[in-house]
Write a protein that binds this ligand. Structure first.
Ligand code: FES
Length: 255
């Protein structure tokens, strides 16, 4: 675990080639100052940024992930990938939150090729925000072991998340505010809870049981959720023959 004092947040930035990357380039050429701990990966469109990339960045120790794209209506592709990036960001934030991580660690902004100063401002602001939140995991009061388990649990459900996104959560609105309203609203919240959140909890339980047998209470304590909820997931997982109750040990184990 990294010490919180003199904490310099590490940020991975995925920047669209046509706008934000050019904006970052202009920022450098114009000698605008921004924190040096930002690592940049150029992508052809913000819509190319997969949740898998975001998760990999966190797994490799980044404290924040930034996605930069063209302003809405200015994407260089007919598919207008920046709308997909908006959905991806909201789903990513929900996944982080569900796993107990701060959703503000993921940020999406539009930056055009002529906005070098905006790139510097956004990066400085994001860095300061992450300084307040703290190092990944430690900022949420998690041990390194718990953090690794949460990230791995998210990774395991990602294929399913993408399927749900494509089948049920692919929406199209005009602006950022409407996306936020939809993803924070009752329909998306219910869909996320029913289709994704429960699978994420089960994924965490299965990972915990990989190493040792555990009681309901022990699982609840490690995941920070109440025992009756855990009991519900254990019953469901037993029914699906993913886990079993060991009578001799009085604990749950993987099948
Ligand atoms: Fe920049 Fe699509 S080309 S967001």
């Amino acid at each position: 675990m990294r010490p919180a004092h003199d904490f310099k947040p590490r940020i991975m930035g995925f920047l669209c080639n046509w706008c934000s990357y050019a904006g970052a380039d202009l920022c450098g050429v114009s000698r605008y100052q921004y924190p040096p701990s930002v690592r940049i990966i150029r992508v052809m469109c913000s819509g190319r940024v997969d949740l898998e990339f975001v998760l990999r960045a966190f797994t490799r120790g980044m404290d924040g992930v930034f996605v930069g794209g063209c302003w809405l209506g200015e994407c260089h592709y007919v598919t207008e990938g920046n709308y997909d990036a908006l959905s991806m960001m909201h789903l990513g934030k929900k996944l982080l939150q569900e796993a107990g991580l701060n959703p503000d660690r993921l940020r999406l902004e539009w930056i055009s090729a002529s906005q070098g100063n905006r790139f510097a401002e956004v990066m400085t602001e994001f860095t300061n925000e992450l300084k307040e939140i703290g190092p990944l995991g430690a900022g949420e009061g998690m041990s390194d072991e718990t953090l690794a388990l949460k990230l791995e649990a998210i990774r395991k459900v990602l294929p399913f998340v993408k399927l749900v996104e494509r089948e049920k959560l692919r929406v199209r609105f005009e602006n950022k505010e409407q996306y936020a309203e939809y993803f924070d609203g009752p329909e998306a919240t219910r869909l996320f809870k029913d289709q994704i959140a429960d699978k994420l909890t089960i994924s965490q339980i299965l990972l915990l049981l990989k190493d040792r047998m555990l009681t309901t209470g022990e699982i609840a304590a490690q995941l920070g959720i109440n025992s009756s909820n855990v009991a519900k997931f254990l019953t469901e997982s037993s029914r699906q023959r993913l886990i079993r109750f060991d009578q001799a040990e009085k604990r749950y184990a993987l099948v």
